[in-house]
Design a binder for this molecule. Structure first.
Ligand SMILES: [Zn+2]
Length: 84
């Protein structure tokens, strides 16, 4: 069983996240804030109130569209999302 704490905010890192990214040292909200240089980007997509998933995309796509993803904090990320 994986238990790791976020290097940034000391929150418990989500188990699902550790399964996908065993080497990560950040929880997903912090990882979004920090935006490490990686070929892939992931954003949290809040489908319904308790349901979130991580949508991944290329860094290029992310950079082209990040104005839609990054508003004023992690929670509002996808509200303005529209796929052109
Ligand atoms: Zn964190």
């Amino acid at each position: 069983m994986n238990i790791k704490y976020c290097k940034c905010c000391a929150s418990l890192i989500e188990e699902e996240r550790l399964e996908v990214l065993p080497d990560t040292v950040f929880c997903s909200p912090c990882a979004q804030k920090i935006q490490p240089v990686k070929p892939r980007k992931g954003i949290m997509v809040w489908g319904s109130k308790d349901c979130a998933e991580i949508q991944t995309m290329s860094a290029e796509y992310y950079n082209q569209n990040k104005r839609y993803f990054v508003a004023n904090g992690a929670r509002s990320v996808v509200k303005n999302f529209m796929r052109g």
